[in-house]
Design a protein around this ligand. Structure first.
Ligand SMILES: C[S@@+](CC[C@H](N)C(=O)[O-])C[C@H]1O[C@@H](n2cnc3c(N)ncnc32)[C@H](O)[C@@H]1O
Length: 297
């Protein structure tokens, strides 16, 4: 079970995401526990003030240190990893999500608001995480991203853990295009190789597609990899429009499934526990890929 506590002035922000889908089920099962804490509960004035004007002047307000530290001290369980959501933090990656999910430690997320947080907060948190190079109006969206990314990696939350090994960021490449029924949609056909039933050919095609899509859209992900030197479109592949998800260069930490390449796994016919997708073949757990006839993907 993983415990995540969130300190925020908008606890209600999280109610939708925590009640729905995978996270809702994980919480109901007891695999995940999320505590939402109203920062104003740790204020001492009658207006429950959490912000004040910045020293040195300037626009906007700054979150006060006293209620934040009081809240942190009150909600942090022993061994907790305390994280401030901040545009000035280190980039949050899939690798960090795996580390947090595997740490076996409670997590506390602090959501900033206004122009930011009194800098002395850094003495009371373990790290600052930034979810991307843009500025949000508050840390709640960023915390929601961290909760979602970490929670789905907690054992038990996603039923088919092999799919976590397979998916975005595990191989350092953008994902290959995916298709499901129908075979032809408005004249647009599913690539023949995916209908061939030949696992090796499918695996090769997917790898080529991943490489081509990564070169086209995120060449930075290839820096330092041998594939970066190969001719664009190696193997004749071109990036499919369906390269929907990214694969970063991060590897899963030890103990999170096999280190084998997706190609090798697929060649062995074990990707997501699904067959190579020949017509009429059943679709594993039904959560990805074509299901049996009449099964919604
Ligand atoms: C309006 S922002 C403050 C931005 C700050 N003035 C700056 O320029 O870095 C308010 C709060 O949103 C959160 N936030 C904004 N952008 C973020 C990002 N990219 N990643 C994580 N948290 C972010 C932080 O908690 C921040 O304290």
């Amino acid at each position: 079970m993983t415990r995540i506590d969130v300190i925020t002035i908008f606890p209600e922000f999280f109610s939708g995401m925590l009640g729905a889908s995978l996270l809702g089920k994980a919480i109901a099962r007891g695999d995940l526990e999320v505590g939402l804490h109203q920062l104003r509960d740790w204020t001492v004035d009658k207006h429950r003030t959490v912000d004040d004007t910045p020293y040195g002047g300037g626009r906007g307000m700054v979150m006060k240190i006293e209620p934040l530290v009081a809240a942190l001290e009150a909600v942090s369980r022993p061994g907790a990893i305390r994280i401030l959501m901040s545009a000035r933090g280190k980039r949050f990656t899939q690798a960090r999500a795996w580390e947090l999910a595997n740490a076996g430690r409670p997590i506390v997320l602090v959501c900033g608001r206004y122009e930011g947080v009194d800098e002395r907060i850094v003495e009371h948190v373990d790290e600052q995480l930034c979810i991307g190079d843009y500025v949000l109006s508050g840390g709640e969206v960023a915390a929601a991203v961290v909760i979602d990314a970490v929670a789905r990696l907690v054992p038990g939350v996603v039923g088919n853990r092999e799919s976590l090994v397979e998916e975005s960021f595990s191989e350092g490449l953008l994902e290959y295009p995916q298709y499901t029924r129908p075979e032809v949609f408005r004249g647009s056909r599913v690539p023949d190789v995916l209908l061939s039933g030949h696992h090796g050919d499918v695996a090769r095609w997917r790898h080529e597609q991943s490489l081509a899509a990564t070169r086209a859209v995120r060449p930075d992900l290839l820096a330092g990899r041998p594939e970066a030197e190969e001719a664009p479109g190696g193997g004749g592949a071109s990036p499919g429009k369906g390269a929907r998800r990214r694969k970063g260069r991060e590897r899963m930490p030890e103990g999170q499934g096999t280190a084998a390449s997706s190609g090798a796994r697929e060649a062995a016919g074990t990707a997501d526990g699904e067959p190579a997708g020949g017509p009429g073949e059943p679709g594993g757990d039904g959560s990805k890929g074509p299901g049996g006839p009449g099964t919604a993907p």
